[in-house]
Design a protein around this ligand. Structure first.
Ligand code: K7E
Ligand code: CUA
Length: 864
């Protein structure tokens, strides 16, 4: 048989089922002993282990800290799934290396300057009724006050919005309960305008603030012109949270440095850290953003700075929409309970958590009961009268997360390196767990939504010290997964994160996410609209306009069209690239060597790269994703000529050519292989149809992909036949080879579909049958017997029907074949196959299992 074809038949016939590995008894003990694992280790491993092909229950979006990106991983397996490019160029995704993603990245320019990194802290998931809806993800950049929006349909960054008045921003991003707004609080107070103001005028000209970014939750975009900023005193606003339920419409932001200390060690003043933490208390800012949004509709109520609407403190106060409540000094986290009634503030320098009660705060506000005003005229509410109570937790409490148990809250203790579980209603501490080390945020499962799921808490540690292989002085970060389903917490898993310092992470139930696998043909993924460069098969072209060259190119396994582009040195080259694939995961990457461009084209996507061809020479361009067996051949040349140079042609080499007879023979052989390959494909198609593939969505998708390839064959066949007509057999062979390529791709996906279908429709193997299948393979039986096929030995399908008292007969035969060599039936077999069944020294147990395996084969005989 032809090599190409025999390889393919093996694939088709031999890959339908993969044997299940079954370990004998005692294996687990041996592994535990060899690896020095305790029983607890093994239980923890089992709690986090995700078998191949399995899916996690939760998906985590973690900030990427100074990497400016987002990290996506699964829980409980802690398998990293993706880094989403947000504020920083990322070549794998083409982000920042093609024109369309550059357009997004450049929305983040500040005062006309390109910024190519970010300090991401707080990711947030969009909400409906305070619950995650799985549609949008937002994240802040603390260093360059910006908010980015990621679409969870394709996990790509769609928008970056720079804050034009803040100079840094930490207390974002936080969605309000119906995603009406995204909260972004400033951090380091600074003048709103872009002018110089001496530090001596800090109290007069430096300002804090909270920006309420209006969000269009249908389109998933921030509407900057419908957003507004609440001017705040130059206290350093820190974290925020949106009210929900009973406190919906309100926002909470805490602060430090209500001392308004401005340091100056260089002029003999005590350092910032001393002056900024002198007072016993700082201020929790409480504001009615819902009311202020209405206030901001009237021009008389705001000023505009750098294009941003500013509501002054005075206006906010006049509208009874801004209040301060003392909170223990230098607080960090502020977290609203799932029902919106309890507001927990943790102070880094205080051992207590302070739980405020919304109904008490609201009562004081309604009664206008103030204990005074701050220097800017903002009413101050009494701390004691606002508090539900305080609890001593330990050293350095920072951040909180909720679980599904009423009143249960988890708080990180930065200094103690512990997680403490306590009850914010009864104010009782319930449990503590050590972590490694210096934990910042916690991530509960939907743990800050109105519907926390419990089960796990992730500890986002600042230090990893002794947890991992030393990889140099810069250590990975450490995310530790903790099981909270029991009475006490149990630390399950350490995950090193090798990308930036993640601050906060948010978790969502995996089933709430519905990302797609391909784009509508010709989509600009960054806008969701049809791309101006969309090019279909047959529409490829090169357009010249002066020194501007525009290429409309397509990519499909395994070629780039066009394959040659010749331009003059200095030409500005724009290439629109469309990936014509419909098949899942068939991404093509594209680069032109030496020109610092790269695009990642997912199925159906169109993207543009642009460069000035200022280097003379020959530059290969190629597909950068290993997309098929002929991926290396997926290339072409950019040729850059200097129009002012004269090029002398080199002499041509004479190559030997084939005789017409040889060509004809080669052509016939190629066609024959294609016919045989097609027959194999048809057998797979028949199998798929007979077994109702279209009733199973995943299989149906694969079959669609396969036919996508198959459907391209007639066009190639036409070209091949035309070449034959004109007598150009050389060309005809090449087109026939192209057909073979398409057939292999079809078969490749078709076989995957067949495998998937068999797994779906076959009855489940009993543990005995699975062990038997393993014994059959490992004992060497499969060397001669192929199920469903006569090979070097007979097909064993139906073997239990072929003999009287067959189970016993087969068992005896396996146990002791020599005794039956003279049996008439066996004699015939020996003659036919010219082979004797050898004694494989199977144990009685193994033989029993193999019989069970044969029974399973017979149950599914139609599938082989
Ligand atoms: Cu505590 Cu920026 Cu939320 Cu770091 S922040 S930990
Ligand atoms: Cu396309 Cu490699």
């Amino acid at each position: 048989m032809n090599y190409k074809l025999s390889k393919l038949s093996t694939l088709v016939l031999g890959s339908a089922l993969t044997a299940t590995t079954v370990f004998g008894s005692g294996t687990l003990e041996k592994v535990m002993k060899d690896r020095g694992l305790s029983e607890n280790d093994v239980i923890r491993a089992a709690k986090t282990y995700l078998p191949t092909g399995g899916r996690d229950e939760f998906v985590i979006f973690s900030s990427g800290g100074q990497s400016g990106q987002i990290i996506v991983y699964g829980v409980p397996s802690m398998k990293i799934l993706k880094y989403i490019a947000v504020f920083t160029p990322e070549p794998w995704q083409g982000y920042g290396f093609d024109e369309d993603s550059l357009a997004v990245l450049r929305q983040g320019n500040i005062r006309g300057r390109e910024i190519n990194w970010g300090d991401t802290h707080h990711p947030a998931l969009s909400e409906k009724d305070g619950k995650y809806d799985g549609r949008w993800l937002a994240i802040n950049d603390k260093a360059n006050p910006r908010i980015a929006i990621i679409d969870l349909e394709d996990f790509e960054t769609k928008q970056i919005t720079a804050n034009p008045v803040f100079k840094s921003a930490h207390g974002g991003a936080f969605f309000t309960q119906d995603s009406e707004y995204i909260i972004e609080a400033a951090q380091y107070a600074a003048p709103f305008d872009n002018n110089y103001h001496p530090i001596e005028e800090y109290k007069e000209t430096y300002r804090g603030g909270v920006t309420m970014w209006k969000f269009d939750d249908q389109k998933g975009r921030i509407l900057a012109d419908k957003s507004y900023t609440i001017e705040m005193p130059p206290y350093m606003q820190d974290l925020s949270d949106a009210g929900k339920g009973v406190s919906h419409g309100w926002g909470f932001t805490n602060s430090f440095n209500s001392e308004m200390y401005t340091g100056g060690i260089e002029v003999g003043m005590p350092p910032n850290e001393a002056g900024m933490s002198r007072n016993d208390t700082d201020f929790l800012h409480v504001y009615n953003w819902e009311k202020l949004a209405k206030v901001a509709e009237d021009k008389a109520n705001y000023t505009v700075v750098n294009g941003m609407k500013i509501i002054s403190m005075e206006t906010a106060v006049a509208n009874d929409a801004l209040f301060l409540i003392p909170e223990p000094k230098s607080p960090h986290g502020v977290d609203v309970s799932p029902d919106g009634e309890y507001i927990t503030v943790c102070g880094k320098l205080d051992t207590h958590a302070s739980v405020y009660l919304w109904s008490k705060i609201k009562k004081l506000i309604d009664a206008k009961e103030y204990i005074g005003k701050d220097p800017y005229g903002i009413p101050i509410l009494d701390m004691k009268k606002s508090l539900h109570g305080q609890v001593e937790l330990g050293l350095g409490p920072l951040h909180n997360q909720y679980s599904n148990v009423d009143g249960e809250i988890y708080t990180s203790l930065y200094v103690d390196s512990q997680i403490v579980k306590w009850n914010y209603k009864t104010l009782k501490v319930l449990d503590k767990e050590n972590v490694h080390y210096n934990v910042g945020h916690l991530c509960g499962m939907e743990g800050k939504s109105a519907d926390p799921q419990g089960k796990y808490i992730i500890s986002l540690n600042k230090l990893a010290i002794d947890r991992f292989q030393n990889v140099g002085p810069l250590h990975p970060q450490n995310h530790q997964l903790i099981d909270i389903s029991g009475k006490t917490m149990d630390l399950l898993y350490d995950m090193p994160i090798p990308l930036g310092e993640p601050h906060q992470a948010v978790a969502i139930r995996a089933e709430k996410l519905h990302p797609h696998v391909r784009y509508k043909m010709g989509t600009n993924s960054k806008t969701g609209e049809q791309h101006i460069g969309k090019t279909l098969a047959g529409q490829e072209k090169i357009v010249r306009d002066g020194n501007k060259v525009t290429v409309f190119a397509t990519m499909v396994r395994s070629h780039i069209n066009p394959e040659r582009i010749t331009v003059n040195k200095g030409d500005i080259v724009t290439m629109h690239l469309t990936n014509l694939e419909r098949a899942q995961d068939e991404t093509h990457g594209f680069t032109v060597d030496h020109y610092d461009v790269h695009a990642s084209l997912e199925p159906g996507e169109t993207s543009t790269i642009k460069f000035t061809a200022d280097l003379e020479g020959v530059f290969p361009y190629y597909c950068t994703e290993f997309c098929s067996a002929l991926h290396l051949e997926m290339m072409g040349y950019l040729m850059v000529k200097d129009p002012n140079k004269k090029y002398v042609s080199a002499q041509k080499l004479k190559m030997a050519t084939m005789s017409p007879e040889e060509l004809k023979a080669e052509y016939d052989k190629t066609v024959a292989v294609n016919d045989a390959t097609d027959a194999v494909i048809q057998s797979v198609v028949k199998f798929l149809k007979e077994n109702g593939y279209d009733k199973h969505a995943t299989v149906k998708d694969l079959v669609t992909d396969a036919f996508d390839q198959y459907g391209q064959i007639p066009a190639q066949k036409k070209l091949a036949d035309e070449a034959v007509k004109t007598g150009d057999l050389e060309k005809a062979i090449l087109f026939e080879n192209m057909i073979w390529q398409l057939m292999v791709k079809t078969a490749d996906v078709g076989i995957r579909a067949k495998d998937a279908l068999v797994r779906l429709v076959a009855t489940k193997q009993t543990p005995e049958a699975a062990r038997g299948s393993r014994a059959f393979d490992e004992g060497g039986c499969s060397g001669c017997h192929v199920v469903g096929k006569v090979s070097s030995g007979p097909d064993l399908t139906g073997v239990l029907q072929r003999h009287e008292n067959a189970e016993q007969w087969v068992a005896d035969f396996i146990k002791n074949p020599e005794h039956k060599y003279d049996d008439a039936y066996i004699k015939g077999m020996i003659d036919y196959f010219n082979l004797k069944m050898p004694n494989q020294n199977m144990s009685d147990d193994e033989i029993k299992d193999i019989i069970e395996y044969f029974k399973w084969i017979d149950q599914n005989a139609n599938l082989f």
